[in-house]
Unconditional design. Structure first.
Length: 392
């Protein structure tokens, strides 16, 4: 019975490809449906998608709804739920069928029982099932889906992946790395920010298979996007960079692998110099004097000079400090500065003296931070820490 179900799913997996007229015979192996390939599902050109590949936009009536209903019914069968290979083929079939559908209601993970089945399958013990479920899930994140549905799907999926990561089930971590890599090739904006942050976190994982997989995903992702790894990470140094330097002593391999990944630098100190402007404010906020001293040593200067010069450093530091919630902001901001750079007290400057050095620039930076915070608050997914004092 399991073999018959597998054979049926092999055929059924290509029904949407045939219904959308995207199924083509193999030029080398003729004569059998198994040798046919789909120009969309089996192709490599992601830019070839148009309305003609959507089964639900063809003149086939509502056959596509019947196919989805049939899959939904199969999922309820006990023999299927206890199977191995049929569940793998089932996950593949979901991906192929929904790849040829444009209806936003059916593509909503919030409403799709088959989409939910894929999410649940990523927690199963069968490794191959987790892998194919992850791949099929990506069809719910693709660009051509209506924006409201697509954005909800992406947020929900990234939330789900992050939650699985936090649970830290050893058997799931490798496939989670793969899932992040697949999602990174589709997502943009805050979702991509979160994904890259998670992949960099995995570089500090104690398991060689896991951190090796994360390294390979970051490297291949940069290649696929035709940019350097440094260009890939540069927009996110304020948070990803801080996660690296914050664990410089507890997880030194993370910084080491980032150095190796970038390739244009050879030592961790060079990485610190590269990202120091982005991480200085949050290092001061979290009173990481040890890391600040190491950056100062690498630049052959003092922590005081590092914070005060050039003026742009001080502007960004003070702007972040005064954006923190709580009473007596001015005193707490000055206390944070003195905690990492006590020499500032000896200079004899008060907090208002520091602000007045470039009040207009500081006001501009405060508005920018406030706008960034408002935008993050609108998103259901957050990446921590984002300008938060982790010492509290």
């Amino acid at each position: 019975m399991e073999q018959e179900l597998s054979d049926w799913l092999l055929v059924f997996g290509k029904i949407a490809c045939a219904g959308s007229r995207c199924l083509k015979p193999n030029k080398v192996k003729w004569g059998h449906w198994q040798n046919t390939t789909c120009t969309l599902c089996d192709g490599t050109n992601l830019n070839m998608r148009d309305s003609l590949v959507n089964w639900d936009r063809q003149d086939s009536g509502e056959d596509w709804k019947g196919a989805i209903a049939a899959l939904t019914a199969v999922a309820l069968e006990e023999i299927f739920q206890q199977s191995s290979r049929p569940r793998i083929l089932f996950a593949i079939a979901i991906g192929r069928i929904f790849n040829h559908i444009a209806d936003p209601d059916y593509l909503s993970l919030e409403m799709s029982s088959l989409g939910e089945w894929l999410l649940k399958s990523m927690q199963r013990s069968l490794r191959e099932l987790r892998i194919v479920a992850s791949r099929s899930l990506m069809t719910f994140l693709r660009d051509d889906i209506s924006k409201p549905t697509r954005d909800k799907n992406r947020r929900a999926t990234i939330q789900f992946l992050v939650e699985l990561t936090r649970r830290n089930v050893p058997s799931q971590q490798e496939t989670l790395v793969m899932s992040y890599g697949q999602a990174a090739r589709i997502c943009t904006g805050e979702e991509l920010h979160i994904i890259l942050g998670q992949l960099v976190e995995y570089l500090g994982h104690p398991n060689t298979v896991i951190y090796g997989a994360a390294y390979n995903e970051l490297s291949s992702l940069a290649d696929d996007l035709s940019i350097s790894p440094q260009e890939l990470l540069r927009p996110y140094w304020r948070t990803i960079g801080f996660s690296i330097v914050n664990e410089l002593h507890t997880k030194p391999q993370k910084a080491k692998f980032v150095v190796e990944l970038i390739g244009e630098i050879s030592y961790v100190n060079q990485l610190l110099i590269l990202i120091h402007e982005d991480v200085l404010p949050v290092l001061v906020l979290n009173k990481r004097k040890d890391i600040l001293q190491r950056i100062a040593n690498a630049k052959k200067t003092s922590v005081e000079e590092l914070c005060l010069q050039p003026r742009a450093h001080l502007v960004r530091i003070i702007a972040l400090l005064i954006c923190q919630a709580g009473p007596d902001v001015e005193r707490r901001a000055m206390d944070s500065l003195i905690a990492v750079a006590p020499g500032i007290r000896q200079i004899g400057q008060e907090f208002h003296d520091l602000v007045q050095q470039d009040a207009a620039a500081m006001a501009s930076e405060v508005f920018k931070l406030a706008a960034d915070k408002d935008e993050r608050d609108k998103d259901l997914v957050s990446y921590a820490p984002l300008y938060t004092d982790i010492t509290e």
